[in-house]
Design a protein around this ligand. Structure first.
Ligand SMILES: Cc1cc2nc3c(=O)[nH]c(=O)nc-3n(C[C@H](O)[C@H](O)[C@H](O)COP(=O)(O)OP(=O)(O)OC[C@H]3O[C@@H](n4cnc5c(N)ncnc54)[C@H](O)[C@@H]3O)c2cc1C
Length: 346
């Protein structure tokens, strides 16, 4: 007897089949439309991991991974916009500050979509956004190199580093305001549709009530590091979408290898000690990238010349695959990946 899929997995499949996949090539060229964001908000998927008492679903990590695979495989740009919501949600759920009561419910119920700007913290100590105290609140200065979902999301969680080497995370509205100057949307080889901009912060002032977390850098980094060594589920989602463009017998060997890497990567993701087995986690991530590239390349080869037209699915998936190679990259994951790519034993 097989167990029926979790209702949120069902909802993700419906959203993917009815809204995301049918227009993915057009969205890739024209940008994620507000109608897709409204559909994501209505789906209940934004609150998937959020506490039930705030209107979320408190679903297990395995459900979060499966829905991410489904959405990323259907339209990587839309998935990427919606997945930004997860860090703000988790940060709010872990906070005891007043902003939790103001925002956790609206984010958990999908009434508000949040973006996040924090990857630059990983370049510590040369963090490009600095934060200090001013007029009883917080003052942010510097440059956010990447911010996804501009014009689509309602609020944003931004990070900065204090003089005392503390990470400060605070919420503000995701719009142009005094002290925030957005670039035009960045022209990118992939995921240009996700409306990524860079933001110049020049004395952005936020009240103390905007603060969601203040933590010594080392404490923040210790919980962040495991997130960048596990394999992102989107890799398996995009790889599977590429395999569906191949004949069954061609797809089967790659699908079997992906399934094995996925099984091992997810077993480690569920391991109770997130900072153990780091080398093995990174090795699996690298292996998954290799299979992703094999799958998307096979889809292009199978499509022939037509695969180069912008309306063709194979080239979109291949470009999205390239993006996934650098998303969430750290010096450590880059080193591991480059070593695997250039190893003489290959
Ligand atoms: C299309 C797109 C959209 C994105 N959207 C977002 C977003 O919405 N929010 C967000 O937070 N991020 C976003 N990112 C950032 C993304 O996660 C980063 O690309 C990824 O983390 C790699 O960082 P990088 O290329 O900016 O950094 P790089 O400068 O290439 O650095 C990569 C890593 O090298 C190390 N490093 C670099 N410089 C130094 C230094 N001076 N000292 C010590 N170590 C260093 C760090 O470990 C760093 O993480 C986006 C990226 C892309 C391509």
């Amino acid at each position: 007897m097989t167990t029926p899929p979790h209702p949120l997995v069902d909802r993700a499949r419906r959203l993917a089949a009815e809204v995301l996949a049918p227009q993915a090539e057009r969205v890739d060229q024209e940008g994620v439309p507000m109608s897709s964001i409204e559909a994501v908000k209505r789906s209940g998927l934004l609150g998937l991991s959020a506490p039930v008492e705030y209107g979320g679903s408190g679903a297990p990590a395995a459900v979060a991974r499966e829905t991410a695979e489904i959405l990323a495989g259907a339209c990587c740009s839309t998935w990427f916009v919606q997945t930004q919501h997860n860090t703000p949600l988790a940060t709010l759920a872990g906070s005891r500050l007043p902003v939790r009561e103001r925002l956790l419910g609206p984010l958990a119920r999908g009434e508000l979509l949040s973006g996040v700007a924090y990857a630059y913290l990983r370049a510590h100590p040369r963090v490009s956004v600095r934060v200090g105290r001013e007029r009883g609140g917080l003052r942010f200065d510097g440059r956010i190199p990447w911010y996804t979902g501009w014009g689509l999301n309602d609020v944003m969680l931004i990070a900065g580093l204090t003089e005392d080497d503390e990470v400060v995370l605070a919420f503000t509205e995701a719009r142009e305001q005094p002290g925030v100057r957005p670039s035009p949307p960045l022209r990118l080889a992939a995921l240009g549709a996700a409306r990524t901009v860079s933001l110049e912060l020049d004395g952005l002032w936020l009240p103390e009530e905007a603060l969601v977390q203040r933590t010594p850098y080392e404490t923040w980094a210790a919980t962040d590091r495991p997130k960048t060594v596990n394999t992102p589920p989107a890799v398996f989602g995009v790889a599977e979408a590429a395999l569906t463009l191949l004949d069954e017998d061609r797809a089967e060997p790659l699908r079997a290898r992906l399934a094995e890497v996925r099984r091992r990567a997810y077993a480690l993701a569920d391991h109770p000690v997130p900072h153990e087995h780091l080398r093995e986690r990174l090795a699996l991530r690298t292996k998954a990238y290799e299979l992703l590239q094999a799958a998307t390349t096979a889809a292009v080869v199978s499509g022939g010349g037509r695969a180069m037209t912008l309306a063709n699915r194979a080239q979109r998936l291949a470009r999205e695959g390239l993006f996934l190679l650098v998303q969430g990259q750290t010096a450590e994951s880059r080193r591991a990946h480059l070593e695997a790519l250039t190893s003489p034993a290959r």
